[in-house]
Design a protein around this ligand. Structure first.
Ligand SMILES: [Zn+2]
Ligand SMILES: [Zn+2]
Length: 550
């Protein structure tokens, strides 16, 4: 029998266990004794970026395999974490199966067979790998547990954490959650004793956390600097290039300009199918919708008033790229975003090129904030931290803090000291101030107090009833009827109102938001509503604590 080798293992160097630090050793010993004593309370490891959590996983799994059991390691996205995968394959070789979305059906079948017949002991994979059919499961590790990708928002709907805890109960496996910035809701469970908490405060090589500087871009404007780069970031980039060191620049918006507006009448150019502004992609000279893929030629005049005065606003990575070329030349950077990573293995190719050719700057969207571990990266620049902060979501501060901690954590992981520059128009915001101090605990305390005061999760659940369809009036009619039935059944109700993205792919979207103290009690009622509307021409979904309320 010839088995397809889905993950080319040939280019992985075999690695040996490293001697753990005292902090690592403590966590390893605790996890092993929990496993030995069949104490299945879920564990949360909060470890600063670079604290060596992966080595902890490797050594615990090594022990568990020796005891005849198997392990599932979940990562947010395989393609974004090639280095993590590399370490698992490097340590356990052919005992590892890597499940990723790039596998063909045949390859996926082969990997599944290897799990079933016991030739594979460790599965590393994204979300759906939580279902890996081991019959002797010993441990499930959910790395970067704060990531939204662990929730499946397409059918089948599930959350990895809930499946893992269910498997733990049924199969006697230990569940370990891990992050530098656990979700507020997760950390709250650890604080209240529902999870066991392990804190790793130091980097495994005892290097310092990067020194973070926050730059007030309002001040830059006063000084007459209208470019994307404040003086501080520019100076640091110059130093870095002179020293032959590397930098990561993060900007969470692709394209050239994120919206295009008529200066005469104020009309913003939107997608034909969605109520979403079109993004200008200069390279192709096209306007594109990032939601449905609609595109058109660049506009030379306003579709409403025919004015030729068109203004381009909101910068994306393509615009920043243009500035980098002007400042540092064509060969100074490599860009990683949705537009440069559509090909097979393109993430890996870009990251390898960045490392091997010692390219000075890696520029990208949130793809560059996660999991990367390059010893020569000494500088991280956040072009505009406000993007995540200015969203209308109760988790905006949490997500901003988490993103900043993660991306700043890419700097100074080797022998060289790291530093980070965060550019913003809101330098006094607590999420930024505490990210600068790498102070998760204080951020948590600040945030949980706000959640309590304003009654948001973990103090309640947010339940979103979203209805989509072609006829707006019939949606409103149906939702009003539902709202009437829901009255008095939950703590608070908002809506029905048009969703922030009021139309996507030619479907109108309206929603009701509920704040529920006891969602379990409401579930049968919600199920009845779903049942009653299953034959409607409009599509109703009910999502508890949705990743996005747009
Ligand atoms: Zn106009
Ligand atoms: Zn669209």
């Amino acid at each position: 029998i010839v088995s397809r080798d889905a993950y080319n293992q040939s280019h992985y160097k075999k690695t040996k266990p490293k001697k753990p630090t005292a902090e690592q050793k403590k966590v390893i010993d605790h996890l092993i004794s929990s496993f030995d004593n069949k104490d299945l309370t879920p564990c949360l490891i909060r470890g600063v970026t670079g604290s060596g959590k992966t080595e902890v996983f490797l050594q615990v799994i090594d022990y568990i395999i020796a005891k005849g059991k198997s392990a599932i390691v979940l990562v947010p996205e395989i393609s974004l974490t090639p280095q993590m995968t590399e370490r698992f394959v490097g340590r356990f070789g052919g005992l590892v199966s890597v499940l990723h979305s790039g596998l063909s059906l045949g390859e996926r079948y082969d990997e599944w067979q290897k799990i079933l017949n016991g030739s594979v002991k460790v599965v590393v994979g994204a979300r759906s790998a939580v279902f890996a059919p081991f019959d002797n499961l010993g441990i499930i590790i959910i790395d970067e547990e704060h990531e939204g990708t662990y929730k499946s928002e397409i059918s089948p709907y599930y959350h990895v954490r809930e499946i893992a805890i269910q498997r733990s109960k049924n199969e006697g496996a230990l569940v370990v959650l891990s992050s530098a910035t656990p979700l507020i809701t997760t950390y709250c469970k650890a604080e209240s004793g529902k999870y066991k908490l392990f804190e790793m405060e130091n980097r495994y090589n005892f290097s310092d956390m990067p020194a973070v500087e926050i730059v007030d871009m309002r001040r830059e404007l006063e000084l007459g600097n209208k470019t994307v780069f404040g003086n501080k970031l520019l100076a640091e980039l110059e130093i870095n290039i002179k020293n032959g060191e590397q930098a990561i620049l993060f900007h969470n918006r692709r394209g050239f300009n994120s919206f295009v507006m008529c200066r005469s009448c104020g009309t913003v150019l939107t997608c034909d199918n969605c109520s979403i502004s079109l993004t200008y992609h200069k390279y192709h000279g096209r306007l594109k919708c990032h939601y449905c893929g609609f595109e058109r030629d660049n506009a030379t005049q306003c579709p409403s008033c025919n004015s030729p005065y068109i203004r381009y606003m909101g910068m994306g990575t393509e615009k920043i790229e243009e500035d980098i070329i002007k400042l540092f030349g064509e060969d100074s950077f490599i860009r990683m975003d949705g537009d440069t990573t559509s090909g097979k293995n393109s993430h890996e190719i870009i990251l390898r090129k960045f490392e091997r050719e010692n390219i000075p700057i890696l520029l990208g969207t949130q793809m560059v904030t996660k999991g990367l571990d390059f010893p020569n990266v000494t500088l991280v620049g956040v072009i505009l931290a406000d993007l995540a902060l200015n969203t209308d979501d109760y988790r905006a501060a949490e997500r901003t803090f988490s993103q900043l901690i993660q991306v700043c954590g890419r700097a100074g992981r080797g022998d060289l000291l790291g530093r980070a520059v965060i550019q913003t128009y809101q330098p006094e915001h607590y999420a930024l101030r505490l990210a600068k101090e790498h102070n998760y605990i204080e951020f948590y305390q600040h945030e949980i107090a706000i959640r309590k005061q304003l009654f948001f999760p973990p103090y309640c659940d947010i339940v979103m009833l979203l209805m989509q369809g072609e006829d707006e009036n019939s949606i409103i009619k149906e939702l009003v009827a539902i709202a009437t039935k829901l009255k008095g059944k939950c703590h608070a109700m908002l809506g029905p109102v048009a969703a922030p993205y009021a139309r996507i792919k030619n479907k109108y979207r309206w929603r009701i938001l509920l704040k529920c103290r006891d969602t379990n009690k409401l579930l049968p009622f919600l199920q009845t509503i779903l049942q009653e509307h299953s034959n409607s021409e409009n599509n109703l979904t009910i999502d508890i604590n949705p990743n996005s309320m747009n």
